[in-house]
Design a binder for this molecule. Structure first.
Ligand SMILES: Nc1ncnc2c1ncn2[C@@H]1O[C@H](COP(=O)(O)OP(=O)(O)OP(=O)(O)O)[C@@H](O)[C@H]1O
Length: 249
């Protein structure tokens, strides 16, 4: 499988208008096409800010992000169809059914009914939502809502998928289903960039990580190499070793 760069992040700095400090400072990263890349760090480190910049939801104060598919640069106008985003907050209509939500968001990507119907069936089936497809999402459990959120981010079959804490608040079964499905799509060529506070999940799921703290990348690279280099027995111990034990309230 092709494994050149998919995302090139150069010198990203972000300062929100209402703040006096940079939320991100001089972030440089390269994410490769076959990666499941983990953006990890304590509360307030800058993970959501970075992922929001990468998906084009907010602009950086300085620096640039470039995307590539099989080595070819992606132009601004193509980006929307090639990039998918699964936000931390639920991004759907509680009064609509799972199928109606997927229909609605699919139409926003200009997918035709002929493309959309089999894609919706495939996602509902893959994420264990077929039986509840026509029920209002407002009646769903937390795990089912997370899976609907994921299906919406994937509706247009993006080549690069960003996920901000996709398994927060779900039970073991839903977590397992979500991670298994993400592993499958990564195997078939989707680049995945994800944030999580769940260190054992990230340790199993990611091949490469960047540890971010106070808006800066502290370390980045292959997960196994980082564990060996830092003499850490697990991702959790690497995290504590590099970010300390103090609360970040
Ligand atoms: N819209 C905003 N306006 C002002 N400051 C913000 C805004 N969003 C985030 N920040 C600040 O930027 C810094 C990074 O926040 P961010 O949400 O990116 O961190 P995070 O690593 O995603 O945290 P968490 O793990 O708690 O979700 C924090 O100091 C936060 O207070």
């Amino acid at each position: 499988m092709y494994n050149g760069p998919a995302i090139q992040i150069d010198n990203i700095t972000k300062r929100y208008k209402s703040t006096r400090e940079d939320s991100l400072s001089q972030v440089n990263l390269q994410i490769n096409q076959s990666d499941v890349f983990g953006l990890l760090g304590p509360n307030g480190a800058g993970k959501t800010t970075l992922i929001s910049i990468l998906c084009g939801i907010i602009s950086p104060s300085a620096g640039s992000v470039n995307y590539f598919i099989k080595g070819e640069p992606v132009f601004e106008q193509e980006r929307r169809s090639l990039v998918g985003f699964v936000p931390q907050e639920y991004a759907f209509y509680l009064e609509l059914s799972a199928r109606q939500n997927l229909d609605y968001f699919g139409a926003m990507y200009n997918l035709s009914k002929r493309e959309l119907t089999p894609r919706i069936d495939e996602l509902l089936e893959a994420l264990g939502l077929s039986k509840s497809a026509d029920k209002k999402v407002g009646t769903f459990s937390g795990g089912m809502k997370r899976r609907v959120n994921l299906a919406i981010g994937l509706i247009h079959n993006p080549a690069i998928l960003f996920l901000d804490e996709p398994t927060v608040g779900v039970d073991v079964q839903s977590r397992n289903a979500i991670i298994k499905y993400l592993e499958e799509i990564n195997q078939t060529g989707t680049t995945i960039v994800y944030t999580s506070h769940h260190m054992s999940e990230a340790e199993e799921f990611c091949n490469r990580i960047a540890l971010i703290d106070h808006g800066k990348v502290i370390v980045e690279g292959g997960l196994q190499e980082l564990l060996v280099e830092n003499e850490a027995s697990s991702l959790q111990s690497l995290f504590i070793k590099l970010t300390g034990e103090e609360y970040r309230d």
